[in-house]
Design a protein around this ligand. Structure first.
Ligand code: E4P
Length: 217
């Protein structure tokens, strides 16, 4: 399973890039606004830090505007992935950009039917939002299971990019279902390291090691 990080915070991205665990980055207009940075500048900097796909979302909603914005964004770096909304115009742009060799991430997916349309539009990634479905009392992870099953049935090459992840359970459930990618807020990625028995065991080993009076170097 690939891990993308869901943030436009360069300090967080740099810190986690050093872990060797990052396969890409996703941003959206809300994360760009939160960063307080210039959109194109921040995407350029992220692309220089993380070699994998970096999603940059268009602001246009009509085909011509989406294409015009995508043409600006995809020139920023070779690893820019254009993020388009799951609308008729967004999917039309997705098909055109994908046929032209550009990676496209189709965002704001909330149903298996939408995911089927994105795969038929040759999206590189489909982003189903599990947390936002859970937030309204629906079952976000069931959406992932449905999409994985449908894509496997037809051999679609679109990768399932689990988005709106809120906790490690989302990540593990998605991994068990065979989702290709999860995009994680930095806090959730850090949570994956944690287990109280790891902390307890390490403290005990260090205490016993100190009793030996030895050093390794
Ligand atoms: C990523 O591509 C999505 O925009 C993001 O995961 C949405 O997360 P949120 O529902 O926490 O805003």
């Amino acid at each position: 399973m690939k891990f993308f990080i869901d943030t436009a915070d360069l300090a967080e991205i740099r810190a986690l890039a050093n872990s060797g665990l990052l396969d890409g980055v996703t941003t959206n207009p809300s994360l760009i606004a939160k960063s307080g940075r210039d959109f194109k500048e921040v995407i350029k900097e992220i692309c220089a830090v993380v070699p994998g796909p970096v999603s940059a979302e268009v602001a246009g909603t009509e085909y011509d505007q989406i294409m015009a914005e995508a043409n600006v964004l995809r020139k920023i770096a070779d690893n820019v992935c254009i993020k388009v909304p799951l609308t008729p115009d967004g999917l039309r742009a997705c098909r055109h950009l994908s046929d032209d060799g550009t990676l496209v991430n189709v965002t704001l997916c909330f149903s298996p039917a939408q995911a089927l349309l994105a795969a038929k539009s040759k999206a590189a990634f489909i982003s189903p939002f599990v947390g936002r479905l859970d937030d309204i009392g629906w079952d976000g992870m069931q959406l992932i299971a449905d999409i994985v099953e449908i894509y496997e049935n037809y051999g679609f090459r679109t990768e399932v990019l689990v988005a709106s992840v809120r906790n490690p359970v989302h990540v593990i459930e998605a991994a068990k279902m065979g989702a290709h990618v999860a995009t994680l807020p930095p806090s959730v990625l850090r949570m994956l390291f944690n287990h109280p028995l790891t902390d307890k065991g390490l403290a005990a080993f260090l205490a016993d090691w100190a009793k030996t009076g030895q050093t390794i170097i």
